[in-house]
Design a protein around this ligand. Sequence first.
Ligand code: NAD
Length: 479
Amino acid sequence: MSKNTPITVAYGDGIGPEIMEATLNIITSAGAELDIETIEIGEQVYLRGNLAGIEPSAWDSLRRTKVFLKAPITTPQGGGYKSLNVTTRKTLGLYANVRPCISYHPYVSTKHPVMDVVIVRENEEDLYAGIEYRQTQDVYQCLKLISRPGSEKIIRYAFEYAVYNNRKKVTCFVKDNIMKLTDGLFHKIFRDIAAEYPDIENEVWIVDIGAAKMANTPENFDVIVMENLYGDILSDVAAQITGSVGLAGSANIGENFAMFEAIHGSAPRRAGQNLANPSGLLLGGVMMLNHIGQSEIATKVHNAWLKTLEDGIHTYDIFKDNISKEKVGTKEFAKAVIERLGQVPGKLKPVKYKKSDEVKRKQAEVSKLKIQQKDLVGVDIYLDWRNGSAEDLGEILKKVGTDNLKLGFISNRGVKVWPDGEPETFCTDHWRCRYVTVNSGETINNSDVIKLLEKFYDTGFDFIKTEHIYNFDGAAGYS
Ligand code: NAD
């Protein structure tokens, strides 16, 4: 029986085929034991009318191999085409996006000579759930969803990554001074899980100042774990300030599947000219080799690549007259790496990946849920209303209530405007009307909400959504 590991490969669009060929050439020359299944994804599939950019037969291959090495693709302009990356991540449950962002000073020009940061980004939740609504003439909404299991999985992954890769510190970026419940949950889970790893330093920064510090003094950071949106933005920042986005690889890891790629796109203007730098995809390939247990080959490839950079053999994107020795194309770069297989860099730090059986990584386990007492204590009714001021609305709604629910306050874009609103506050046509129990401390049920909604309907109000107000073990589960 073959001891090769089956993997699925997609050559992608633009510069994709050239950098994939170079990558596969290098890793197979290094002795990678692979059975490659090729699938077609991207532009041509989209243009055949498949809005997802991937054929059903491609999913069969991915289900068989569970490992995907993917070149960048071009998403055609125009409506209706779904992001293949988002589809793949969600379909295969690839909850962790891992992007090592490293400087190669003095061989690649960078403002930050000392930088070795790994961004661990949550990949499935947050504002990327893709749940959006237009609710009124003026107001649109995007739902931010943060879950306990999702947060536990990504944060534990970050700590396990730190242990496995001899990293010293894990930093968490959140915005829980504003988003007290969603980012507050992420922060709390980070604290809980950090306590299980006393040998790894941990810290939490508010994302704005954290991002500024990362961009200014990246040498002070090691592993950084973030929710989806912050991670999406800041992993590009981190890659860019190492000197080039063309140099970073990325792993998307799930419980049963994994996808490896470069972080850059298909660079269509450079396609077919033997110009592109294959380094990002090659480093994605190195992460793949580690993932499938071929860590010795991963070490060999990575060190040969570092030696090539160090020898000044550079593609156009990183070529600098005063640093580089030879400007090469994609194919020649790959040949130079292959010639250096078995060598290690002299100045840049060589890598030595652990064999997969040396460290047992904890699975993405999720702690057992302790069910809390959930009590319905009120309801927010959102109105589309343009007929007057906050004061006018308050005066009307004071009279719209039921035996056990009365108006508590009204807010507009999160600012309380009734009672005692400030006349200067700008109001849109999107009103949140908080109804609370007449006797404080009482609980209600869904039929009480329905009765209240009937009152709204009878009064002619256009209610656009309701949000139930719960206490969990007596603690407020709302803002
Ligand atoms: P891009 O990353 O393709 O290009 C940005 C710039 O970097 C360009 O100047 C390009 O020439 C240069 N560049 C990128 N990779 C390079 C490499 N390996 N070697 C040398 N130079 C390189 O970003 P874009 O121009 O915004 O997007 C082009 C297409 O790629 C779009 O269709 C976009 O949707 C797609 N895209 C795909 C992925 C993916 O499949 N993972 C990611 C990002 C963008």
